[in-house]
Design a protein around this ligand. Structure first.
Ligand SMILES: Cc1cc2nc3c(=O)[nH]c(=O)nc-3n(C[C@H](O)[C@H](O)[C@H](O)COP(=O)(O)OP(=O)(O)OC[C@H]3O[C@@H](n4cnc5c(N)ncnc54)[C@H](O)[C@@H]3O)c2cc1C
Length: 376
């Protein structure tokens, strides 16, 4: 069967691309080895942070601003709640990347923010227990997205007579025919497509070993805790913003207000290098204890372990993204490696992937995310 556009991977990026492409009238094929949303890739676990004063680089601010608009449109189109606004705190010492990078981006793009010192943090957000030299950038528009609901919304709105979904079907090989058409072999059949979007996340290197993409997949545990003592109200979305807290350069953790009365926390980066097919999916006692001790040191609460999950980051060396065309076939579009911070952008990246597949002008300059930037 021939399609105008095929998409490999219907997670965050692929589902968003499918949604935008479905509006163009093109005949599309959406393939996934599992049935999204699922818990085996990089897009599960109840919540994802979205924030505007982007500490990583000001480059991302216009992209996240586009993403906010598109999430809002998707909420309206789907009739589902996808976003919860909580405000956000970027905490650290004044020279930390998380704090100073966020301030730099906010100044560059004129994003509203406040800088608040340790005493003020404790007064306004009594759950937090910062040491005397911690400062925070507070931004109003930050909050969280519900990733499973976002993927479901994109996929359900993409369904229609022009869209073929093939789930529980793994792509085993991709090759280019003489005219640039792409041949796709799966565990269940063969398809051809005029354009191919490869958004297969942590499995990215497996389909194109010859590209030698410099990617490292890491195992990232997440834990949820129940309240044992303290004031759970201090941790409710009304009183507790999403946060990212840098203790030192490679010691960063982040978390969310309590949802369903459980507090979720995780470490940013530093996970063990893993293979997506064999990654250890059990969260171990010492990992749980480490996260529990972070909570007891930095928050005014006592907690007990509830449950956990393992997710994967697909990292480039600079922690930037790769969104580009395959160097040997322009019709193949590569989009996924998002270094552990891509979900918030997926609404906008999906639109860009659609524009690339349709050879339309791009709504964001992607030159900083080229394959060459990461391989040279
Ligand atoms: C623990 C954790 C916390 C994070 N927190 C945040 C956050 O707070 N904010 C934020 O913005 N980002 C965050 N991120 C990053 C963000 O979630 C990811 O960048 C994003 O979800 C990746 O989406 P994706 O579409 O590339 O991958 P996925 O959503 O994993 O999709 C890839 C899909 O490809 C499919 N696939 C793979 N190989 C094949 C094949 N051969 N054939 C068919 N299908 C295939 C997989 O089954 C999967 O469904 C976090 C990531 C993790 C792991």
């Amino acid at each position: 069967m021939h399609y105008d556009v095929a998409i490999i991977g219907a997670g965050a990026m692929g589902s968003a691309a499918a949604y935008h492409l479905s509006k163009t009238g093109k005949k599309i094929l959406v393939l996934d080895q599992f049935e999204p949303p699922h818990t085996y890739g990089s897009s599960h676990g109840q919540s994802r942070i979205i924030r505007e004063a982007y500490f990583e680089s000001p480059l991302y601010v216009p992209l996240v601003q586009q993403a906010y608009v598109l999430w809002q449109e998707l909420e309206q189109a789907s009739g589902k709640q996808l976003f919860l606004k909580t405000g956000g705190l970027m905490l650290g010492h004044k020279d930390s990347k998380v704090f100073s990078g966020a301030e730099h981006s906010a100044i560059k793009w004129n994003v509203w923010y406040e800088v608040i010192g340790s005493k003020e943090i404790s007064k306004r957000f009594p759950a937090f227990r910062p040491d005397y030299n911690t400062v925070a950038l507070y931004e109003k528009n930050a909050g969280l997205l519900f990733p499973e609901a976002c993927i479901t919304a994109h996929l359900s709105l993409a369904s229609g007579s022009n869209t073929g979904f093939r789930f529980n079907e793994k792509v085993t090989e991709v090759s280019s025919l003489a005219d640039g058409t792409i041949s796709i072999n799966t565990t269940k059949g063969n398809y051809t497509a005029g354009k191919l979007i490869v958004s297969n996340g942590a499995w990215m290197t497996t389909l194109f070993p010859s590209l030698q993409m410099p990617l490292t997949v890491t195992r990232q545990p997440l834990c949820w805790f129940d309240f044992e003592a303290g004031n759970p109200e201090w941790f409710s979305p009304a009183n507790f913003p999403i946060y990212i807290w840098e203790l030192s350069r490679h010691n960063v953790f982040y978390g969310f207000p309590a949802l369903e009365n459980k507090l979720k926390i995780a470490i940013h980066h530093g996970g063990i290098e893993s293979n997506p097919d064999t990654v250890d999916r059990e969260v171990h006692r010492e990992e749980i204890d480490h996260l529990a001790s972070i909570i007891s040191t930095h928050f005014n609460v006592k907690v007990t372990y509830s449950h956990s999950s393992v997710c994967m980051y697909t990292n480039t060396a600079t922690e930037d993204f790769i969104i580009d065309r395959h160097p040997a076939n322009n019709n193949i579009i590569i989009a996924s490696p998002c270094s552990g911070h891509g979900f918030k952008f997926s609404s906008a990246i999906g639109k860009l992937l659609c524009e690339m597949a349709c050879e339309a002008p791009l709504s964001f300059d992607l030159s900083a995310f080229s394959l060459k930037t990461q391989t040279s």
